[in-house]
Design a protein around this ligand. Structure first.
Ligand SMILES: [Zn+2]
Length: 393
């Protein structure tokens, strides 16, 4: 296999080794380490002369991965955060706040089925007990898995106590590479809506049923697929260049070459930085479903079970990162994020900012994921300057 793969699912032996190494590194840099009840790790640096009860500035990301993921998604933000603190320690800066370096548990949601798990607890959106009760496919609970690797601590890290938060993460897209920029400063994290469309027609013999009077669920669903694509393209042209609409899933019943399809279920993924344009695409989907009902002898139902609203990043953090880019002389770019990160949760309880490093060819969740070491260093330099500025105010 090409590249550098990494599999560190929450609570596995590989995850234990990744966590232990990180804790070692935090301690070597003189940070006080705390593990909370869901395994979130925080290393705190209290600069000399600073009151330890002052609200800290925090940074970090995650150490869990998808199966055979890349080596940068997560670790870049965790080790970039630690390196930023080390750089500030060695500089003549005078931070007036403690700085926390954080690793959230189960960001990818690969073993316990819930992404952004650790940050959802740290931001009070989910209780410790609910999180600990989540089960892996083999019936292991998060509580058992954390016990097994020695990372079930106590209490709850509370993100609302942070004065501000910054996360460094690979872009997982190609804009920075195209623009030859060292770091991307995120303005907005896109909202994500998942809709499901069920089309019910009539399964019949493909040979003996004449063309007039058929109720072909797949032919009807195909019109909806094209309508969703067209509506998204229109929206991009007319008002929102960042909008995307994808029919990524189709389940056809009975799915046999010689049978007219009786039922189709579609999974539709809609994202944008504006809640309005997400609603417009959902409306377009519903209009299309009604149209095929009128024009073809099928029945349709649309559901919208998954809805994460767009999350703007705090002006203060975004501006600080822009100033940090200018101060360090590195080329930065304002952009939105199409993927969800722990920062989305943190942004609900304190001022949050998100910084991207370039990803070669935009490849992610793959061993071929790559960020040039010089870009890792550049983006971390911007992060360090941003953290220092936030900690000085
Ligand atoms: Zn990630």
């Amino acid at each position: 296999m090409d590249g550098h793969g990494r599999t560190t699912l929450t609570g596995t032996d590989a995850n234990r080794r990744a966590r232990e190494r990180f804790v070692d590194r935090l301690e070597q840099a003189g940070l006080d380490v705390r593990i909370d009840a869901v395994g979130n790790i925080v290393g705190r640096w209290v600069p000399e002369g600073v009151d330890p009860s002052t609200a800290p500035v925090a940074t970090g990301s995650h150490l869990d991965s998808v199966p055979v993921g890349g080596i940068f998604d997560g670790p870049l933000g965790v080790y970039g955060g630690l390196e930023a603190v080390r750089a500030i320690q060695e500089s003549d800066r005078t931070p007036e706040r403690p700085i926390d370096v954080v690793c959230f548990t189960e960001e990818e949601g690969q073993r316990f089925g819930n992404g952004l798990l650790g940050s959802s607890v740290a931001t009070g959106q989910r209780s410790v007990d609910d999180a600990l009760a989540f089960e892996a496919d083999d019936g292991t609970t998060l509580a058992d898995a954390l016990d097994e690797i020695g990372f079930r601590g106590e209490g709850r890290i509370d993100a609302a106590e942070w004065d501000a938060w910054l996360e460094l993460h690979p872009e997982q897209g190609t804009r920075l590479e195209e623009e030859n920029a060292t770091a991307g400063i995120v303005t907005n994290v896109t909202g994500i809506t998942h809709c499901y469309l069920e089309v019910n027609g009539e399964a019949d013999h493909a040979g003996s049923t004449p063309m007039p009077g058929r109720a072909d669920a797949l032919a009807a669903a195909s019109e909806v697929v094209l309508d969703v694509e067209e509506a998204a393209k229109q929206l991009v042209d007319d008002e929102s260049p960042s909008a995307v609409g994808t029919v990524g899933k189709a389940v056809v019943e009975p799915n046999a070459t010689n049978v007219i399809p009786g039922q189709v279920r579609l999974g539709i993924d809609i994202r944008d930085v504006s809640a309005d344009s997400i609603s417009m695409l959902v409306d377009a989907l519903e209009d299309s479903a009604q149209r095929v009902e009128r024009e073809r002898a099928v029945e349709t139902t649309v559901s919208r079970p998954y809805d994460v609203p767009p999350e703007p990043m705090a002006d203060r953090c975004r501006e600080t990162l822009v100033d940090a880019g200018t101060a360090t002389g590195l080329n930065t770019l304002l952009m939105h994020s199409g993927a969800a990160h722990d920062t989305m949760n943190v942004a609900r309880v304190t001022d949050a900012g998100l910084l991207f490093a370039p990803s070669r060819d935009g490849i992610s969740h793959n061993p071929r994921e790559w960020t040039e070491w010089s870009d890792c260093a550049g983006a971390t330099t911007v992060l360090a300057e941003g953290l220092a500025r936030l900690a000085e105010s």
